[in-house]
Each structure stands twice: as C-alpha cells, then as structure tokens.
Design a protein around this ligand. Structure first.
Ligand code: ADP
Ligand code: MG
Length: 461
C-alpha cells in the first residue's frame, strides 16, 4: 500500500514500514517540488539574454534622457512639459517598459506547470533538464525483461535430460531460492505449485547476466544461459535443437548443470505488457528509433522484438555493458533515452541523455532515472515526450512574447513617435504594458494545465 487505499470489504491489517517524510507519497511530492524549482537548460538562454538586456536598457534609458535634455527638446516647439520633466519621463518609461520580469517568468512558469502536469499523469520528472531533453529524443532504448514484458515469467517447459521433472525442479528451485531475479521467482513458484520440497543453497553465487551457482545436496549446481555453461566448459551442443526450439517461441531457455554435466533445460516465458506494442508504434510514428537492449539470448529477444515491431535488437548484453551500448549510440550523435527497471539497467539509465525508470522496478533504477513512470505502462513514455514538446513550445512562445513586448516598447517609450504625434508614452501606460506582458506569459503557461498528452486522450486510435 503506497498511499490512500480503499478497503471495500474485509479486514485489513496494516503495518507502516515508513511514515511521514519517507512515504512514497512524500517522496513523490519532494521529487515534483525539486523539479519545479530546477532550471531547464533553455533557462540559461533567458538568463544570458537578460544579462545583456538589462545593461543595454539602462544605457538606452540614459541615452534617451541625454538626447532629449541636450538636443531633442530644442528640435521641437510647443513641448508638453519642461525640459527636465520631459526627458526624465522618457527615461523612466524606457526603464519601466523594458523591465525583463516577463523574460524571467517565461521558463520557470512553464516548467512548473509542465512537471505538475506530468505528475498528474503518473510521470514524475525530476528536473527541468529531463523535461527539456525528453522532447528531443531520437533513439529510445528499452530493456526487455520487466520493461517491455511484464517481468512475471512462468515456467513453460521442463525438459529433464537426466532424471525426472521433479528432480530437475528440485535442483533448480533450491538454487534459485537465493536469487531475486524474475526468472528465479518463476522457478521457485513452479516448485511450490508442484509441491516439490526445496533446500537452501550453500555457497550461493549470483553471476549477473549469466545465471547462478551453488552447492545443493552436495553437488555443484549451475543454472543459467549458454555463456555460463561455456565458461564452465560444459557441453551443450548435443541439446542445441531443444534449446533453440524453446528460444524460437520467444521463451528463455535456462540450462541446469550438476557436477559439470548438463542435466536439464527449463523454458520460461514472459508475456509482453498489453500496451507495449501500441507505445512502440506511436514512437515510430514520431520518427523515433526504437532499440531493444537485453541480457537475454539473441533468438528469444528477436521473437519478442518482432512481436512488438522493434527492428534493432542488442541481445546478450552483460549488465556491465549496457551503459557502453548507450554510449555507442550517443557517439552516433543521437539523443538517447533509456527505459529500464532493473539493477542492471541503472548505469545505462544514468548514462543516457534521458533515463526513464519504471516505477514498479528496483529502487536503484528509480533512483538512477531522471523520469519515473508510476504506472508501469510504456504509453507514458510517449506521453512524457509529448508533454516535453508541448512545454518547450510554451517556453519558446513565452520567451518570444516577453522579449517582443519589451523590445517593441522601448522605442515607443524613448519618444520615437513624439515627432509624429506629439505624445510621449506616459510611464503609467508603460507600466501597464510591462505588467501585461508578465500576465500574458503566466497565463500562457497556465494554459498548459488544460493540455492532455495526445496518447492519453479518450478515443485515441
Ligand atoms: P535482462 O537484460 O533481460 O533484464 P539479465 O541481464 O538480468 O536480463 O539476465 C540475462 C540472462 O542471464 C537471462 O536471460 C538468463 O539467461 C541469465 N540469468 C540471469 N540471472 C539468472 C538467474 N537467476 N537464473 C538463471 N539465469 C539467469
Ligand atoms: Mg529488466
């Protein structure tokens, strides 16, 4: 239970493991607040403009005053005010109308509304930078297990080579008892289901991206993929046909070896999430390249990729190499986003330009991502990109309006129309125009509140 919940009927016994500041809700609030206060890179542009703009305006104001006081006043007869008052009025009007407060408001207001909108849709954006970059993503890399697929695999094949199904399951479940991997959980669950008693493994070793190793019932047992078997010099060739028949169905084949001999093969299937294919189709429509990155074997990965319409697959990637694959894509000059859920995805999430973590994933992944999807639905990846694009558009509009108002107002305030109409912009009107530009910028940003990412709209294809 992570927050407000409804108990419809029955008794609920709840033990709070975290309270107050440590609850999921408080963490979400903190993330959103931090993001709303953070600067997007585009803000630096506004800051740079303001840094030049402010001194320039002061110089223009002084020049205006000097011009009217020393030269301009004498050029025209019938002046509406005394020399000093007239020059001072023009000076003040320039300062007032050019006040760059709208320029300062342009980005932060849009970021604030944008991140808030994200949170409303179950997309936690940790900072303005992530919000800005998400819209520019050119390649999205998805982890397979737990990201594209549900990550709740089921045992589908039990092929003993030596011994019975129950013995196979006994050894496999006993060794996997020590592992947290989704594949391990599938095997333990199956053993429990079939009422096979299991032992606790001794000298348990987790070999990331390969499998597990331990002593069970006095024998050294290995369970994992081909790489693991090859490393231990255990021949698998004789059973290659069986292994491939499992993999060709999009399932993961796990090999079990006891005392350096292959004694069985276990097939595990993980179904894809119902919305993954739709999300990928939409990304492709947006001209974003989609890549699958997985530690699983090439054949299984290819079947799942085909089912989802993913063309580029990087399979059999060891956990430590996932970040390197991201770096490789970045050297192709592309803006890369990584979507993942596991501990093995964390370095890649950090390395990517935008790291998107699945909220139901491991804490490490959530900590490493700059965007967190609460709802475990990949359509939210699309929504995050759409929201980012919309927010950036708002920011650009805002900057244009803020800057436009000010620059257009300066010549007016300085008295450029005086020779033609015999009027000088009164400081009160200048102040009104200045305030109006702030109001228009803030209201424009607030309009973002009414925005719903296209993919989330009702009746969407
Ligand atoms: P992914 O990138 O899809 O999340 P991992 O890097 O966690 O996958 O694992 C890659 C491969 O290593 C798995 O497909 C499996 O063959 C093997 N493997 C990893 N952990 C285990 C385990 N606990 N038991 C058996 N095999 C494992
Ligand atoms: Mg995973």
């Amino acid at each position: 239970m992570i927050g407000g919940s409804i108990n419809k009927n029955g008794l609920l016994k709840v033990r709070a493991t975290r309270i107050g500041q440590d609850t999921a809700l408080a963490q979400i609030v903190r993330l959103v607040e931090e993001a709303q206060g953070s600067k997007a890179p585009v803000q630096r542009l506004a800051d740079r403009v303001a840094a030049v703009f402010v001194p320039a305006v002061i110089i223009i104001a002084i020049a205006t005053f000097l011009f009217w006081y020393l030269v301009g006043f004498d050029l025209f007869g019938n002046m509406p005010a005394p020399r000093f008052i007239f020059s001072l009025t023009a000076f003040i009007s320039v300062l007032v109308i050019a006040c760059p407060c709208a320029l300062g408001l342009a980005t932060p207001t849009a970021i604030m509304v944008g991140t808030g909108k994200g949170a409303e849709n179950g997309i936690l954006i940790k900072n303005g930078e992530a919000l800005e970059r998400a819209g520019n993503v050119q390649v999205i890399v998805f982890d397979k297990t737990g990201t594209l697929t549900k990550g709740e695999p089921d045992v589908t094949d039990l092929m003993p080579i030596d011994g019975s199904e129950n013995e196979l399951l006994f050894l496999a479940a006993s060794i996997e008892k020590g592992s947290e991997h989704p594949l391990a959980k599938a095997i333990v669950r199956r053993a429990e289901h079939m009422k096979v008693d299991i032992e606790s493994p001794i000298d348990f070793q987790n070999l990331p991206g390969r499998g597990v190793k331990a002593t069970v019932g006095g024998s050294i047992v290995l369970l994992g993929n081909r790489t693991l078997m090859n490393e231990s010099k255990i021949a698998t060739d004789a059973h290659e046909a069986d292994i491939q028949s499992i993999e060709e169905k999009g399932r993961t084949a796990m090999l079990l070896a006891k005392d350096s001999r292959l004694i069985g093969i276990i097939g595990v299937a993980d179904v894809v999430k119902p919305t993954s294919a739709e999300a990928i189709a939409e990304l492709k429509r947006m001209n974003i390249e989609v890549v699958m990155l997985t530690g699983d074997n090439r054949r299984t990965a290819a079947v799942i990729a085909k089912e989802l319409g993913i063309d580029r697959v990087l399979a059999e990637v060891l956990p430590e190499d996932k970040a390197k694959e991201i770096a490789k894509l970045q050297t192709e000059g592309k803006v890369v986003a990584m979507v993942g859920d596991g501990i093995n995805d964390a370095p890649a999430l950090v390395k990517a330009d935008v790291g998107i973590a699945i909220g139901s994933g491991t804490d490490v992944a959530i900590e490493s991502g700059s965007i967190v999807l609460i709802k475990n639905d990949l359509k939210d990846v699309v929504a995050a990109i759409q929201l980012s694009k919309r927010t950036m558009r708002k920011i650009r509009q805002n900057l244009f309006w803020a800057f436009g108002y000010n620059t257009a107002g300066i010549p007016l305030a300085a008295g450029l129309i005086f020779p033609f109409f015999n009027v000088l912009l009164p400081p009160i009107i200048a102040a009104g125009a200045m305030a109006l530009s702030s109001v228009s910028v803030v209201s424009n940003a607030a309009l973002l509140k009414r925005y719903t990412p296209e993919i989330k709209r009702e009746g969407k294809r």
